[in-house]
Design a protein around this ligand. Structure first.
Ligand code: ADP
Ligand code: MG
Length: 353
């Protein structure tokens, strides 16, 4: 697969700041993929996008788009020459211009009219050409911003928190819509988000960041089911962190709550002390299981029944109840005794203890 974007050991510290916004960051994004930089506010996501776009210049490191260097020692390519489209967090549309004028802004080739029509069609806004921006809904404004970013047939489209201003229902619709449009335009999409649901739903690959540093890269499924450090386990979804010791055949970990299955035998050794992340989705009610406990709290949230279970044999020091997601059809009450088994597909080694 060809590489669309590559950052090699890129660092950026803003003037007057002590800490780097982005530190020694390396990442590679394949052509045609949709990738999300996911992390908490202030972790350096927007700075990374601005470095790729050329709105910021790194003090150290190299940035490539396609195979071509954009920024490195003695090389600097300005933003307008980078074949990049950008959708800003607040859309940054021109309020005094109509839809058509916004999309065609800065487009100087003779096929302007034809191209504006093409991208309007792509984003399903035919008929809206003459509308004023403030007469459009949030979702429509987002389509205009995307159409403007696509007008010059960019190789790469950068989108900074594009769903943060939309309500939940519209958000779901726009996620699918934006994904379809980017794939149709044959563009590589780089999203920035602090919302794990958006990231999981839209991405081919997720890059989790914290404090300007990459924590883990992988498919949404890989990141969710097999986080490789406690930060990723806690930031992308909920997780139970449990210490244990690797048993003889490396398929089981003996923990304070009992034996937990694990299929990451290739990264652990017998007798090793490890920290496990066990996702709340990894539990199945099983009557005669050795893992048993009592319900100490629950909340029904529609897609799940979120249950807190205090285990009987819990030898862990803090004895934090386990968080377990059950099917919403289940009925439980505080004080109920439950047995369950754990699926190894939701158990991940997050760190040596
Ligand atoms: P994110 O998009 O993940 O919220 P940013 O890239 O915006 O994070 O910010 C990373 C860090 O850089 C933060 O500590 C932020 O305060 C700082 N920062 C961002 N922009 C500037 C700026 N223009 N001047 C000084 N500091 C900045
Ligand atoms: Mg940001």
């Amino acid at each position: 697969m060809a590489t669309a974007i590559e950052l090699k050991n890129v660092s950026k510290t803003y003037k007057g700041e002590e800490d780097a916004a982005v530190r020694n960051l390396s990442l590679k994004i394949e052509k045609g993929k949709i990738v999300t930089l996911l992390g908490p506010s202030g972790c350096g996501k927007t700075t990374t996008l601005r470095l790729i776009a050329g709105f910021e210049r790194p003090e150290e490191g190299e940035i490539y788009i396609g195979e071509k260097p954009m920024a490195r020692e003695n090389v600097w390519i300005s933003p307008e020459k980078r074949r990049i489209g950008m959708v800003f967090q607040d859309y940054a549309l021109f309020p005094h211009l109509n839809v058509e004028e916004n999309i065609g802004f800065g487009y100087r080739d003779s096929d302007r009219e034809k191209r504006v029509f093409e991208v309007l069609e792509m984003v399903n806004l035919i008929g809206f050409e003459k509308k004023k921006i403030h007469h459009l809904s949030g979702g429509q404004q987002q389509r205009v911003a995307l159409a403007r970013a696509l007008a010059k047939k960019p190789e790469v489209v950068l989108l900074d928190e594009p769903f943060s201003n939309l309500d939940t229902h519209l958000k779901q619709k726009m996620r699918n819509e934006v994904k379809r449009i980017l794939k149709k335009a044959n563009a590589t999409g780089v999203f920035v988000s602090h919302d794990q649901k958006d990231a999981l739903a839209i991405s081919d690959e997720i890059i989790v960041m914290n404090n300007g540093v990459v924590q883990q890269k992988g498919s949404p499924k890989r990141i969710y089911q097999f986080p490789n450090n406690p930060f990723v386990a806690k930031f992308v979804g909920e997780s139970n962190l449990i210490e244990g010791i690797v048993e003889k055949d490396k398929r089981w970990i003996r923990t304070g709550i009992g034996r937990v299955p694990c299929n990451q035998y290739h990264i652990i050794t017998e007798g090793e002390r490890v920290l496990l992340s066990v996702r709340p989705n990894g539990f199945t009610l099983t009557e005669n299981s050795e893992l048993r406990g009592v319900v100490v709290g629950y909340s029904y949230v529609g897609e799940n029944l979120e249950v807190r279970i205090q285990l009987f044999d819990d030898e862990r020091e803090k004895k934090t109840p386990l968080l377990v997601y059950l099917h919403p059809n289940e009925i439980v009450q505080e004080g109920d005794e439950l047995g369950f088994t754990i699926s190894a597909n939701f158990v991940s080694v997050v760190k040596e203890c």
